[in-house]
Design a protein around this ligand. Structure first.
Ligand code: C2E
Ligand code: MG
Ligand code: MG
Ligand code: MG
Length: 276
């Protein structure tokens, strides 16, 4: 009986693996198609200065148009993009498009920035600095307000190499945010050793902050640390006014979430005449 069960388990595992690789190759195909046919789009979500209530910048969030007209979220395809190495093409497209939007905003609102998510492996590619330098040069914007959110911090383990790439990009006027801080690979050493300007407190702490004292303790402690390190804190998943009030009172600098606005197209007030 035991052997039979073992066999059954093995069979189920093999089936699951086969299913996974089938789905992987399907997403890989869709992604390759999207990259070659203007199938990617960006949604923008505003990030508010909680003390003034004014928009500081927008986070660019990628989506994929599927052939049936539906929209796939990054949770569905970023993992596959990373596993197949297509991520650097996605990240490059997002950077190009974000700089293009910054150029459209430059006339009316040069003070408002765009934050892009760049995966760790992309940051660590030896052509990343030169590619981004080229994109910025080509835009003829002198110091675009570009914030680079690092999402996959496993790649940051080579702190020396990451620091070198980041410092070069700081020279061009780029700033860095450590995303989803408090879960996964995030380490305090990154905040101490690398030239970050922002630390984004993971949504899982923020969203439950009013219900759980421990999350409030985390947020207050991070504000204290960030102030000492001269970093700005950003809270994601601000889902209610009560939460926004708590965060402002706790001294969190910026907030982002469905209560403020859902991701969508850039609003007319940041775009030049006739481009909105
Ligand atoms: P992230 O960088 O932490 O982005 C925040 C995510 O939280 C976004 O999901 C956003 O829509 C969602 N969000 C914002 N406010 C709220 C809220 O109040 N409640 C809830 N429940 N969710 C909220 P999205 O757009 O699905 O992106 C998921 C993740 O995919 C991002 O997390 C980021 O890690 C990755 N990603 C998105 N765009 C890109 C990209 O262009 N390149 C790369 N490499 N990764 C990306
Ligand atoms: Mg992000
Ligand atoms: Mg985040
Ligand atoms: Mg997140």
């Amino acid at each position: 009986k035991r052997a039979g069960q073992g066999e059954w388990v093995l069979h189920a595992d093999a089936q699951r693996a086969a299913q996974h690789s089938k789905q992987m190759s399907q997403w890989k195909q869709r992604l390759q198609h999207a990259l070659g046919s203007e199938g990617l789009t960006l949604s923008f979500q505003p990030i508010l200065d909680l003390a003034t209530g004014l928009v500081s910048h927008f986070e660019a969030l990628v989506r994929m148009r599927l052939p049936d007209g539906s929209i796939a979220s990054p949770a569905e395809f970023i993992g596959v993009a990373e596993e197949t190495g297509l991520i650097h093409r996605v990240d490059r497209w997002v950077l190009n498009e974000s700089i293009r939007m910054l150029r459209e905003m430059a006339e009316r609102r040069p003070d408002i920035g765009v934050a892009v998510n760049v995966s760790g492996p992309t940051l660590m590619r030896n052509d990343f600095v030169s590619t981004l330098t080229e994109i910025i040069k080509h835009s003829r914007l002198s110091r675009p307000r570009l914030i680079i959110e690092i999402t996959e911090t496993a790649a940051l383990r080579d702190i020396k190499a990451a620091g070198a790439a980041m410092s070069e990009l700081c020279q061009l006027g780029c700033e860095f945010a450590l995303d989803d801080f408090g879960i996964g690979y995030s380490s305090f050493a990154y905040l101490r050793e690398l030239p970050f300007s922002y630390v984004k407190l993971d949504g899982s702490y923020v969203r439950q902050a009013l219900k759980d004292q421990r999350n409030q303790a985390f947020i207050r402690a991070m504000v204290l640390l960030a102030n000492g390190y001269q970093l700005k804190t950003v809270a994601e998943f601000v889902e209610s006014q009560a939460l926004q009030d708590f965060l402002a009172e706790a001294g969190v600098h910026y907030g982002q979430g469905f209560h403020i606005a859902k991701p969508g197209p850039l609003p007319d007030w940041v775009l030049g005449e006739g481009t909105g």
